[in-house]
Structure formats: structure tokens, C-alpha cells
Design a protein around this ligand. Structure first.
Ligand SMILES: NC(=O)c1ccc[n+]([C@@H]2O[C@H](COP(=O)([O-])OP(=O)(O)OC[C@H]3O[C@@H](n4cnc5c(N)ncnc54)[C@H](O)[C@@H]3O)[C@@H](O)[C@H]2O)c1
Ligand SMILES: O=P(O)(O)OC[C@H]1O[C@H](O[C@H]2[C@H](O)[C@@H](O)[C@@H](O)O[C@@H]2CO)[C@H](O)[C@@H](O)[C@@H]1O
Ligand SMILES: [Mn+2]
Length: 447
């Protein structure tokens, strides 16, 4: 069979994820450009995965019967004969996410999934699980690529850099393309594919310094700056109709983040670093994003899967409209499979991509994606303001991986104490001391 006719085998690690049905629908929708012969799910929670797996089996039978579909909790079965691993696991599931959010809030510190102490706690849990998956992939399918969404991406990527430097793993985030689709709509274009950008920073910690219409080359920054200074990334109307309340607030808050540096356009996550006191004041310590997800996304996804299984058909399912999150990972697999050299974003060792940042820092920058992986774009110099922020934040991310490697309590405490979201070292210690017993099943013992 020629390369042109090749059909691919994909395993979704985290088969029980709320995003899995979206991945399946996007994969099916892209069969003309990224054809599959096999699709598998892997999860370490058989019961959770079965609920999603049984519904997806029906979707696959109805829409793509030519693709062999299965789900398993056995790593050998999961990772044998695959070309791509899509990483989407959440170690400790929503129970631990809730604690990541609520423990810092006990002490008046921002409680968020991937930023501040919560993000560092979550990253520490993800490291061994991702390393384990990489090792299985390399053992059972040595030519495969892992495209990983599993958070906390910056910490996972730093752990990959140190512990598995040659692994074929690419750590990605959907936030830049989600924001770019908003930018495209603001400019009367369709989605992120229509824009050519210069963007730099860390994961959930970055700035656009150039946005152009890909077709005409027109500078879109003046138009975007005007809109964002008035509305943030909020668009309203049909496009924002389904946006959940907390995400709506986030897109609107970008207006205040933009005001702090009107030369660049901010990633929405900057709100947690620029305005931590505001975030805490607006948070309900007894009802955080995890509660919202339990009430909405998780309930809807698992409810819909149960409905499909009961009806024995997926006709009229809620995932008809493709989500950015799942389309993006399929776009990336396609770019690697067909060596397209399209420009997306990856979290990779800097190596000069941001000229005045250490070469061994993990940075998030535009990269060209092809059969040999990713080639970063040179983004130029970080501004003085950004450079200061980046260096503080990336030191926190490195300290977490130091703590993991050295089983060091002090390094983890330093990581919390240094973070911009934490007011002082005694508060950092209280948060860490509350987190340690809760994370006992997942973290190394810290001495
Ligand atoms: N990078 C990004 O931009 C981005 C965007 C969205 C979501 N995410 C990430 O995607 C992941 C999934 O999110 P979700 O909200 O759907 O989570 P979820 O809790 O619904 O699903 C995660 C699944 O992972 C499984 N799991 C946990 N530990 C595992 C392990 N060691 N091995 C195999 N499976 C394991 C769980 O059993 C669960 O079924 C999270 O890491 C989330 O942070 C990343
Ligand atoms: O609070 P959540 O679980 O809804 O989202 C956390 C993730 O947010 C970013 O991704 C998506 C999000 O998954 C999706 O629901 C939507 O609202 O848009 C966001 C931006 O594309 C973020 O990039 C992830 O890393 C977070 O895990
Ligand atoms: Mn992300």
C-alpha cells in the first residue's frame, strides 16, 4: 500500500473523558483526509470508559463501520499497532480537580485547574501517568506519535523534556486556536485557519504580537485591539450563545488584561496572574468550575451516552457540530501523517524561539508540524514585562518537576511560594500541607 492510501490506527488515552465523543465525531468527519482503519479507547477506569465506549460503538457502527472499534483497560492491547495516541487523561478525575480549586481558596488564593497551586498539584499528578503511557507507546508501537492534551501541559512538557527527551510526544493546548477563532469572527473571517500570527509565551500564559489575514496579509491588530479594548474576546449573538457563564466572564475579562499591555493581545489565562485578587473575590469557595462541569458538561455527555445506548442509535446526537478542541487534534494528526508543514502551536524547549528566554525553558510558540514532528517559529524578543512574567512562571514549572524528581518538599513549597498567584510563603505552605494528604495516591512522597 502506498503512503497515499495508508489508513491509520488511533488510540484515545482517557477513553472515559468528556471530550472523547467529540474526538470520535471529528475523526469520523475527517475520514476523507485522515482515514482510519482502527480506533481504540484506553482508560484505567473501566466503568467510566464503558459508558462512553458503548455509545461510541453505536456511533461508529452507524457512521464508520469500516473502522475497527474497541475499548480496553489493558495497556498492551491499547498501545499495540497504533500510529497516534491522543492523550486526554485526568489523573484523580474531577474529585481531585475540585480539591485543586478549593484548597487554595481556603487561604484566599486563586483556585484554578491549571494555574497557581492547583495547576502545579495537577501537573505533579499527571507526570508519572504520562511517562507510563509514553513508555507503553514506545514498547508496543515504537513509530507512533503521542499528541497530548493532558494538563498541566507546561509541567507535563517539562517532565517529558527531562525524563523522555527523545519521545515522539507533542504537548498541545486548544486555547490559542479557540481565541483565534474568536479573533477571526471579530474580523469577519471563519476560524483560526484564516489567520497568520506571531504568538509567544508559556502554556496558558502568552501573547499575540501579530495577527494577519492569511490570504491577504492585512494587519488585523488595529481592528482586534479596538474590539478587545471594549469587549475582550466576547462576541455575543449566535456565536456565543452556548458559551457557559464562567467562560463568558473569562472572554470578557480579556478586556482588562489587554489594558495592561496594549501592544499585544493576551491569552485569556493571564487573568489569573494579573488579577488574582479579583478572581478570588469573584469565586465561590464552595462552588467552583468543577461543580459547574458536574452540573453541565459531565452530566450532558454521560446523559447523552446513556440515551444513545438505550435508544440503540446515535441519530440526532448533541455532537453534530464539531468542536474546536477535537478538530484541532485531528488537524495535527493529519499534518504529521501527511507532512503538511502547517503552522499550529506546541509546548517545546525554547532553543531560541523566543530570543531572550533560556533555551531549556518550555515555551508555547507557533510551530510547523510535519512527519518529523515540530519545528518552532522564531518569534523574536519577549517584551520586558513579558520576560519578567515568563521567567517567574517557568521557574515555578521547573521547580515542580524538580520536586517530582527529587521527592523534595522544599522545591514544591518554593514553586508555590514563587507563584504570582500566592501572596507569601506561609500561605504557600498551608496550601501545600493541605494538598499532600489528598494527593498521596498520586504524588511521590515529598521529604
Ligand atoms: N491542553 C488543553 O488545551 C486541554 C483542553 C481541554 C482539556 N484538556 C485536558 O484533557 C484531559 C481530559 O479532560 P476531561 O475534563 O474530559 O477529564 P475527565 O475526567 O472527563 O476524563 C479523563 C479520563 O482519564 C482517565 N484517567 C485518569 N487517569 C488515567 C490514567 N493514569 N490512565 C488512563 N486513564 C486515566 C479517567 O478515568 C477519565 O475517564 C484533562 O487532562 C484536561 O485538563 C486539555
Ligand atoms: O473548565 P473546562 O474543563 O471547561 O476547561 C478547561 C480547559 O480550558 C481550555 O480549553 C477549552 C475547554 O476545554 C472548552 O470547554 C472550551 O470552553 O474552550 C476552551 C478553550 O478552547 C484550556 O485550553 C484547557 O487546557 C483547559 O483544560
Ligand atoms: Mn489548554
Amino acid at each position: 500500500m502506498s503512503e497515499k492510501d495508508k489508513r491509520y490506527s488511533v488510540v484515545i488515552a482517557g477513553g472515559g473523558s468528556t471530550y472523547t465523543p467529540g474526538f470520535v465525531l471529528s475523526l469520523i468527519a475527517n475520514q476523507d483526509r485522515f482515514p482510519l482503519r482502527k480506533l481504540k479507547f484506553y482508560d484505567n477506569d473501566a466503568e467510566r470508559q464503558k459508558k462512553i465506549g458503548d455509545a461510541c460503538a453505536i456511533i461508529m457502527k452507524e457512521r464508520a463501520p469500516q473502522i475497527e472499534f474497541s475499548y480496553t483497560t489493558d495497556p498492551k492491547e491499547a498501545f499495540t499497532d497504533v500510529d497516534f495516541v491522543m492523550g486526554s487523561i485526568r489523573v484523580g478525575k474531577y474529585h481531585m480537580r475540585e480539591l485543586d480549586e478549593k484548597i487554595p481558596l481556603r487561604y484566599g488564593v486563586n483556585g484554578q485547574e491549571t494555574t497557581g497551586p492547583g495547576g502545579m498539584a495537577y501537573g505533579m499528578r499527571s507526570i508519572p501517568a504520562i511517562i507510563e503511557i509514553i513508555d507503553w507507546m514506545e514498547k508496543y508501537s515504537p513509530n507512533a506519535w503521542m499528541i497530548n492534551y493532558t494538563n498541566t501541559i507546561a509541567i507535563v512538557a517539562e517532565a517529558c523534556r527531562r525524563l523522555r527527551p527523545n519521545a515522539k510526544v507533542i504537548n498541545i493546548c486548544d486555547m490559542p486556536v479557540e481565541i483565534m477563532t474568536r479573533m477571526a469572527k471579530i474580523c469577519g473571517l471563519n476560524d483560526y485557519h484564516d489567520l497568520d500570527v506571531n504568538y509567544y509565551g508559556l502554556n496558558h500564559f502568552g501573547w499575540w504580537k501579530e495577527v494577519r489575514d492569511k490570504k491577504t496579509g492585512k494587519d488585523l491588530m488595529p481592528l482586534l485591539k479596538k474590539h478587545i479594548s471594549e469587549n475582550g474576546y466576547w462576541i455575543g449573538g449566535e456565536f456565543d450563545k452556548e458559551t457557559e457563564t464562567s467562560w463568558a466572564e473569562t472572554f470578557k475579562k480579556a478586556k482588562d488584561c489587554y489594558a495592561l499591555d496594549p501592544e499585544t493581545l493576551p491569552n485569556t489565562y493571564m487573568q489569573y496572574y494579573y488579577f488574582p485578587q479579583y478572581e478570588v473575590k469573584n469565586a465561590d469557595p464552595n462552588h467552583t468550575r468543577t461543580d459547574e462541569i458536574r452540573e453541565y458538561r459531565q452530566k450532558i455527555v454521560f446523559g447523552e451516552c446513556a440515551r444513545i445506548v438505550k435508544a440503540g442509535t446515535a441519530k440526532g446526537n448533541i455532537w453534530e457540530a464539531n468542536a474546536e478542541h477535537s478538530n484541532y487534534i485531528v488537524d495535527i494528526c493529519h499534518a504529521i501523517a501527511y507532512n503538511t508543514h502547517e503552522k499550529f502551536f506546541a509546548n517545546i524547549p525554547n532553543n531560541g524561539a523566543i530570543a531572550n528566554i533560556d533555551s531549556d525553558s518550555i515555551v508555547e510558540v507557533p510551530c510547523w508540524f510535519g512527519a518529523d514532528g515540530v519545528q518552532p517559529m522564531a518569534t523574536g524578543m519577549a517584551g520586558r514585562f513579558q520576560k519578567g512574567l515568563i521567567e517567574e512562571q517557568q521557574a515555578c514549572e521547573k521547580l515542580v518537576v524538580d520536586a517530582y524528581e527529587q521527592h523534595s518538599y522544599t522545591k514544591m513549597w518554593q514553586a508555590f511560594a514563587l507563584n504570582k498567584t500566592v501572596p507569601d510563603a506561609s500561605v504557600a505552605k498551608k496550601i501545600l500541607d493541605d494538598m499532600i494528604p489528598e494527593n498521596k495516591p498520586y504524588w511521590p512522597e515529598l521529604n
